[in-house]
Design a protein around this ligand. Sequence first.
Ligand code: NAP
Length: 427
Amino acid sequence: MRSGKSKVGLIGLGTVGKSVVKLWPRADGIILKRIVDKDKKKGDSALFSTKPDDILNDPEIDIVIELIGGINDAYRYIKSAIEKGKNVVTANKALLALKGEELEKLALAKGVSLGYEASVCAGIPIIRGIREGLAANRIRSIYGIINGTANFILSAMEEEGIGFARALSEAQEQGFAESNPTLDIDGLDSQHKLAILARLSFKTSVKLSDIYVEGIRRITHSDITYARELGYSIKLLAIAKAEGKRLDARVHPTLISKDNLLSSVRGIHNACFLEGDACGKMVFYGQGAGGLPTASAILSDVKAIASEKRGLFQMSSSGKVLEECLTGGSSRIGIVPIDELFTRYYVRFSAIDKPGVLARICDILGKHNISIVSVIQKERSGTRGVPIVMMTHKARESSMRKAISSIDRLNVVKEKSLFIRVEEVED
Ligand SMILES: NC(=O)c1ccc[n+]([C@@H]2O[C@H](COP(=O)([O-])OP(=O)(O)OC[C@H]3O[C@@H](n4cnc5c(N)ncnc54)[C@H](OP(=O)(O)O)[C@@H]3O)[C@@H](O)[C@H]2O)c1
């Protein structure tokens, strides 16, 4: 590691990049030597360039901040920086979920740090919390609301009594959702972040395809109302649990008790509920997105790396804990397939309201060993489909899927049925 004051190059002057520049006066004298963005119009200072090589080939720059997002260019720049012996700080969860393990191994081999506190829950120090603060623990479970956009939409549906499309437009109008909101509402952003959290927490390789993912597009305002009546909220949860020697990792809309702490997480906030075998249960809570909260985490990584260089900060991102994780425990453990899940379900059918329909649905559920706790049917109509909502006892997911597919083939059923998993999170 080079001695002297750190010099930093920043690639990507967008929402987060601009906030990093704004926070830079708090960088304790660490020098921001060069800023690169492909858009010339953003450059109004002598530090500005449009060429990433002005950072990557500068021997004085020892920390590179990557904030361009996306996969290909970001991967190339980060890999090249590490290969040249530079430390890297990034917020790029999509890239880390795909290539994080490879890049960390490369950083370890090159004796540099890869800091990515900003990639999960922005300003909430959850990466450092798990890696360092909870290093003496075996993590048993993580339940996270780790996508602010999806949580904003579900909260707006509940609080304002509006449907999914309207809540999504509100999120877009307020700048909380992209014009293409797929990553957020289809659960993919949560899947990326869960891959990073699960790898750190359970010290295992986690492929994105190991994590079952389902988004919130099919949740209606009626589902939220019925769930509330039954004593639950609907949240997009990212869940990772140690199940014996296997990992149960999934992202999907989930019914959680209204009394649970996670159920009171509103709007764009993030929260991660975690249980370690020594520390017990704890919650990380705060702003999980936005320029300044994300920049706060970027700068904290930069400062940690720069202090380590001066011998003040011994536990860097590529320090001892990570080394043990990568060389010792980072084998692949088995993944629990979603079909093996055994849980309670909320199910919504849309069926014609006439005698015998409910009995036919219950008969099919019974044949698949699914027993019902309660049924709600309020609207009445002879020919249109009306909602029938059921809560089940614990059942196997594979049985639930088979039952739903048989029920959906009945001619009295008017729409594809929806089931939502119920999770008992004890806080
Ligand atoms: N925004 C948040 O709240 C947040 C929170 C957590 C993590 N993150 C992560 O932080 C990263 C940056 O997000 P952001 O919201 O700041 O994105 P952004 O506003 O789109 O900024 C990215 C900037 O990088 C520029 N750029 C793109 N490709 C480039 C390249 N090959 N070379 C040079 N410049 C390039 C873009 O220019 P153009 O605009 O011309 O394309 C843009 O100015 C992403 O990985 C994101 O997932 C963001």
